[in-house]
Design a protein. Structure first.
Ligand SMILES: Nc1ncnc2c1ncn2[C@@H]1O[C@H](COP(=O)(O)OP(=O)(O)O)[C@@H](O)[C@H]1O
Ligand SMILES: [Mg+2]
Length: 236
């Protein structure tokens, strides 16, 4: 079954058209990447999903048309976004940040178990559970942002360039944590990355965007074998 499907999606900021036709689909429980250079339209594609830009084409989630539905309703349906730049709350503790992620949930008595599950997967966060988010390193803040989104108990976790601005070894640690989360929870993921080497550790397939269009899609194995992918996104 398809969980998320974008069919020929266009998007514009005011009258400035940025997406010219993006198509992709995430199967239930699957992990899919969106690869592309800076400015290709990756973040705009995620804004199209949450309905914060002017959207054309069609977007469905779990069989429901969510085109232009808006961020609150798409979140309530089960899509959790980790935005570019993370957006953790600096003056709240790690535990409070996790609880903020769960604010829409009614099953309040399950939150403790979910926090324990996440702290097992993210030992760095466990060590800093009572510290303010502002005391965390960049990599730890990224892990907190991912964990906080997971606390919403979404069906789909959407990650916008988790490696952005991190040193290579830190970015690797963050992807280790994302891989563990995916392995242990089986949650579906849509992962935006410029760094294909990192994304390919988590995703089963990916779509390549160039100037607002999907130009190539395939399984991770297929894409790794393509010369143009190796040259543009895999460093050789
Ligand atoms: N808020 C905005 N208003 C106008 N243009 C924007 C805005 N955000 C991004 N753009 C433009 O849209 C294009 C795609 O940007 P973006 O989706 O952020 O790309 P990526 O995430 O792949 O780096 C770029 O040309 C960028 O300058
Ligand atoms: Mg971006």
């Amino acid at each position: 079954m398809t969980l998320l499907e974008l069919t020929d999606v266009t998007a514009a900021y005011g009258r400035v058209k940025v997406l010219e036709g993006v198509s992709l689909s995430v199967p239930e429980g699957g992990a899919v990447g969106i690869l592309g250079a800076n400015g290709a339209g990756k973040t705009t594609t995620l804004r199209a999903i949450s309905g914060t830009v002017n959207v054309g084409g069609r977007i469905t989630f779990a069989g429901t048309d969510i085109t232009s539905l808006g961020p609150e309703k798409t979140a309530a349906l089960g899509i959790a976004h980790v935005p570019e730049g993370r957006g953790t709350l600096p003056n709240l503790t790690v535990r409070e940040n996790l609880l903020v992620g769960a604010y829409l949930r009614r099953d309040r008595n399950a939150l403790g178990d979910d926090i324990d599950f996440l702290l097992d997967l993210f030992p760095n966060l466990a060590q800093r559970i009572s510290q303010n988010a502002s005391a965390l390193s960049g990599g730890e803040q990224q892990m907190l942002a991912v964990a906080r989104a997971f606390m919403a108990k979404p069906t789909l976790l959407v990650l916008d360039e988790p490696s952005l601005g991190l040193a290579p070894s830190t970015a690797k640690d963050v992807y280790d944590a994302i891989e563990r989360l995916r392995g242990e929870s089986g949650i579906a993921m849509l992962v935006v990355e410029q760094n294909a080497n990192l994304a390919f550790r988590v995703v089963d397939s990916a779509t390549v965007l160039e100037t607002g269009r999907s130009v190539l899609s395939g399984t991770t194995e297929e894409l790794k074998g393509r010369d143009e992918i190796r040259k543009a996104y895999l460093g050789g």
